[in-house]
Design a protein around this ligand. Structure first.
Ligand SMILES: Nc1nc2c(ncn2[C@@H]2O[C@H](COP(=O)(O)OP(=O)(O)OP(=O)(O)O)[C@@H](O)[C@H]2O)c(=O)[nH]1
Ligand SMILES: [Mg+2]
Length: 361
């Protein structure tokens, strides 16, 4: 027996098509199911549509009272409200082929310890979206930085199945943004992840939700998951990633300023500032995003001071090692990397205890 949870917002046109296709395949396989439309009080005709459907199919409408519209919470509400323990979650816009649901259900029946994902990126899977290079890179990088958290090729998929008893406490889930599948995968007690290839079909009408706000939310969500999984090491990892991105900002300005005619020493001195500001902001939003905020200006200044101190240590380690230890003089790159390593730890400790020292929310 299966519960299918479909989060919806203004999908009145898609719901009947989805429900009928689901009913066709599930009846053919003789799978008993219920369909839960977890709708965020859509201002369209969703209510009437689901009411009409419920007279002929096992479909029902679930709508929240007293909270803001939120895709992840709708999915959680749906899972909590389900009659059965085996649950498949999918989108309403027919991007996720209903014909795959029986296979996902069987995979769950056979492996109660598994999290099942309908995956675009395993052999046999595909998607037909005409993605821009930016969107592709974005998705690629996003997937890459989830690697230490989960072994899944398509961790952003919204098409997944689980035995809901594997999540100890639904109220302790803490998703930010709409990557609820990732949240469940990381926080649930699943022994493994089974990926079934799907052909992802683009919605016919609709807009992408991939704006900057969502991206930043995603970064903060990832940081939370890293901290949940690896403790402070998670923050350190995020700090390192921010640092690496800051290095790119540094380089871009270094070359840009020279291109605009600045002498290289001046370019070097100036490019530090956008880079350090970038690092400060991203750390404020992402790495330490769960901590209480404090005034920008003061915190920025503290971050700059900590970074300058960190840089002195970085340079000092390099200087001492190459001056007094012949090995390091021979292998200067090792001295450089050691300096960067020591300074990174120092910077991180300063940031964590001092610059962003407020309690986690
Ligand atoms: N309950 C609820 N459902 C939502 C919300 N936003 C989107 N959805 C539903 O979540 C599913 C996925 O949303 P989509 O808009 O298709 O997101 P997407 O697939 O990333 O983007 P598209 O390219 O537009 O298809 C759909 O069934 C939506 O109706 C929301 O705020 N609340
Ligand atoms: Mg969609």
């Amino acid at each position: 027996m299966l519960s299918i949870v479909v989060p919806t917002y203004c999908e009145a046109d898609n719901i009947p098509r989805l429900a009928e296709r689901l009913n066709d395949v599930l009846s053919a396989e003789q799978i008993t199911y219920e369909l839960i439309i977890s709708d965020d009080n859509s201002p369209d005709t969703t209510n009437d549509v689901v009411l009409a459907l419920s007279s002929k199919l096992p479909a029902r409408l679930l709508q929240p009272v007293g909270r803001d519209k939120d895709l992840s919470l709708s999915v959680i509400d749906g899972i909590k409200a389900a009659m059965h323990d085996l649950v498949v979650v999918m989108d309403a816009d027919l991007s996720h082929p209903p014909e795959m649901v029986p296979q996902m259900f069987k995979a769950l029946q056979q492996n109660s310890e598994a999290f099942v994902v309908g995956s675009r990126y395993v052999p046999g899977g595909s998607f037909d979206r005409d993605w821009s290079l930016f969107r592709f890179l974005n998705s690629y990088v996003a997937t890459l930085i989830t690697k230490p958290l989960v072994s899944c090729q398509d961790p952003m998929s919204g098409f997944f199945g689980l035995n809901r008893t594997k999540i100890a406490d639904y109220d302790r889930l803490n998703p930010l943004g709409y990557k609820i599948g990732l949240e469940l995968m990381v926080r649930g007690k699943f022994e493994h992840i089974i990926e079934l290839p799907i052909r992802f079909v683009d919605r016919e009408i609709g807009e992408s939700k991939l704006d900057l706000g969502q991206q930043l939310k995603f970064l903060r969500h990832l940081r939370r998951l890293y901290t949940a999984k690896f403790g402070t090491l998670g923050e350190f990892f995020s700090y390192g990633l921010v640092g690496a991105s800051g290095f790119i900002v540094d380089l871009v300005f270094y070359y840009l300023l020279q291109f605009l005619g600045a002498p290289h020493q001046i370019a070097r001195a100036l490019s530090f500032w956008p880079a350090v500001s970038w690092n400060w902001l991203l750390n404020r939003i992402a790495t330490f995003g769960d901590r209480e905020r404090r005034p920008h200006g003061k915190q920025w200044l503290e971050f700059v001071l900590a970074s300058l101190l960190g840089f002195s240590i970085n340079w000092g380690v390099y200087y001492v090692l190459t001056t007094y230890v012949s090995f390091f003089d021979q292998y200067r790159l090792v001295a450089l990397v050691t300096g960067v390593g020591v300074a990174s730890v120092f910077n991180f400790v300063m940031s964590s205890l001092y610059v962003y020292n407020e309690k986690r929310k």
